[in-house]
Write a protein that binds this ligand. Structure first.
Ligand code: TEU
Ligand code: CA
Length: 552
């Protein structure tokens, strides 16, 4: 039997490298996380999800795993991980690990063996193909970090496939031994107490084994929802998730609500939830050759219609994972809101509309105190995606000017979320005694945990209330959902209903005052459940980023 604890839960993502450094080497670690469990308990979250902490050369910050059984020494030891799990459990906090199942590091034993010959026991653990007649790659597929998805290996005299960096070869899920090896790893961690998995790019594991060219060369349109994906996920579920009762949230970059309803339908026994990317692309030009770097103003009509479609499609069928930030996304207030004058108001407005929905909300470290994008110059950035894409789009393809690329980087680079956690005003924001691996945001003296909690406008306290509501109010987990004012470009307004209780969730997502008349929607009395302005204005307006939930 599955225990669906996650339906009433709020999950907190920790990016271990940047959370808390306990031994003064500039890198966050497991003992650092352990020391902050009381902080997370006070916030009220039910579980933590840790980005990868396995042994890794860190080409992609741990999403290149060398050994799934071993904790990277830079984070600590296996024993320290077991102790962290135990301590978290004692405090009533569950632990979710990140499983990178689509690829490994090229330093993994499996790959080191695989590349030696075409006949060794690991030869089919990865995806190897002969060169074309003129030595060219087997097809025109591109990698996410720029350039071809194929790299030539001198020893084996074949190309291998990698959807990400060449140091991240894709595993061959067609091989039953690979699948078994993955179940074994998962069972190992279950035995150590791990409660569930966030499954990295899990919708990429099945490849079209005919390897047809993409319509556009060096793009990534082939990567998602391959022919055997559902079959592999069902098998994973039957071997691990159901018998060992592990929660799962899969990263599903190209899923629409209709695809997701297949992935998360409990009757199909695949995943519990997926992270959609759809709503995060409202500030991206569609079908632009420069992909994620082709920015536009966020389109909130689209945001509402996408989130509403997911609410509708998954209702009574599957379950939503709700998020605006993670380690691949910039800070939402810097990206879509206002991270200066209305920092508190916009952080709480976005939080209100997200946490009012049906699903499991995910909070990304620092989001709960309104951390902002980094204030970096180009040399300060570290991310492989940014560097690879700069080389590819700006230098080689020349499809975007350097100025436009840098403008987009300032808005959406992955490093914005990876700057060290800002705890207090002391050196390096209290993250580390040593120089941090990635530069601390220079605004840490104003924006940090201590300052936020002393402020009359505390974002942390607002999150605490949202989490308490999630635990206490069935209307949030079970209530129906209806979008109002669907075409309004600035206001996000929806209704939740359970039995004789109705809630109206209201937010102005812009920095200008908007007309809004509550009495158009509500006849009679109502009371405030939550609000982000001390004195709610009695209609007919909403001030910049004003948000509230009312009951009637
Ligand atoms: O990200 C998957 C993914 O689709 C990313 O390429 C995403 O589109 C991009 O980062 C957005 O800018 C996952 C991990 O979350 C990411 O950190 C890893 O780099 C990637 O897989 C490879 O493991
Ligand atoms: Ca450390």
């Amino acid at each position: 039997m599955r225990n669906n604890w996650w339906k009433k839960a709020v999950i907190y993502q920790v990016y271990p490298k940047s959370f808390c450094d306990s031994n003064a080497d500039g890198i966050g670690d497991l003992n650092g996380i352990k020391s902050k469990l009381p902080y997370l308990k006070e916030l009220g979250v039910d579980a933590i999800w840790l980005s990868p902490i396995y042994l890794s050369p860190q080409v992609d910050n741990g999403y290149d795993v060398q050994d799934y059984y071993k904790i990277d020494p830079m984070f600590g030891t296996n024993e320290e991980m077991y102790a962290l799990i135990e301590r978290a459990h004692e405090m009533g906090i569950k632990v979710i690990m990140d499983f990178v199942a689509n690829h490994t590091s090229d330093q993994a034993y499996w790959f080191q063996e695989s590349r030696k010959s075409r006949t060794n026991p690991y030869s089919d653990y990865y995806i190897w193909r002969d060169a074309g007649p003129n030595g060219e790659a087997p097809n025109n597929w591109g990698s996410n970090f720029g350039g071809s998805a194929w790299t030539w290996d001198e020893t084996r005299q074949q190309y291998y496939l990698h959807y990400y960096a060449s140091e991240q070869p894709d595993l061959n899920w067609e091989n039953p031994k690979v699948r078994q090896a993955i179940y074994d790893v998962m069972k190992f961690w279950k035995e150590k107490g791990v409660d569930g998995w966030r499954l990295d790019v899990i919708t990429s594991i099945s490849k079209d084994t005919k390897f047809p060219d993409n319509p556009q060369p060096l793009t990534t349109s082939n990567q998602q929802n391959g022919p055997r994906m559902h079959e592999f996920l069902h098998e994973l579920n039957k071997n691990v998730f159901t018998p060992y009762d592990m929660m799962t949230v899969g990263e599903a970059p190209a899923s629409k609500a209709a695809d997701a309803s297949l992935l998360v339908d409990p009757k199909r026994e695949e995943l519990d939830m997926v992270f959609t990317f759809e709503h995060m692309h409202i500030d991206r030009k569609e079908n632009d050759i420069n992909g994620r770097w082709a920015l536009q103003k966020p389109n909130f009509v689209e945001l509402k219609s996408i989130l509403s479609e997911w609410q509708k499609q998954l209702r009574d069928r599957g379950w939503n994972a709700l998020y605006f930030e993670n380690h691949d996304r910039a800070r939402v207030i810097s990206r879509w809101g206002n991270d200066t004058k209305y920092r508190y108001e916009s952080a709480t407005a976005f939080a209100t509309v997200l946490h009012g929905l049906q699903g499991t909300p995910f909070i990304y470290q620092g989001e709960e105190i309104g951390m902002t994008n980094a204030d970096y110059s180009l040399a300060d950035y570290d991310d492989i995606e940014l560097k690879g894409n700069y080389q590819f789009f700006v230098k080689e393809q020349k499809t975007i000017s350097e100025a436009d690329f840098l403008k987009a980087v300032g808005k959406i680079s992955r490093d914005h979320a990876r700057t060290p956690m800002q705890w207090n005003v002391s050196k390096n924001a209290g993250f580390s005694e040593a120089t941090p691996w990635l530069k601390v945001n220079s605004n840490y003296k104003e924006i940090n945990v201590d300052a936020d909690r002393l402020s009359t406008k505390s974002i942390f306290k607002y999150y605490q209330k949202l989490i308490q509501l999630r635990h206490r109010e069935e209307i949030l987990t079970k209530g129906s959902y209806e979008l109002l004012l669907a075409d309004h470009p600035s206001l996000f307004v929806y209704q939740r209903k359970l039995k004789d209780k109705t809630w109206l969730v209201v937010a102005n997502l812009t920095d200008t005052t908007q007309t809004f008349n509550v009495s158009e929607f509500i006849k009679g009395d109502y009371k405030f459940i939550l609000k982000n302005y001390a004195k709610p204005e009695s209609s007919p307006t909403l001030r910049p980023f004003e948000a509230y939930i009312i009951e009637y």
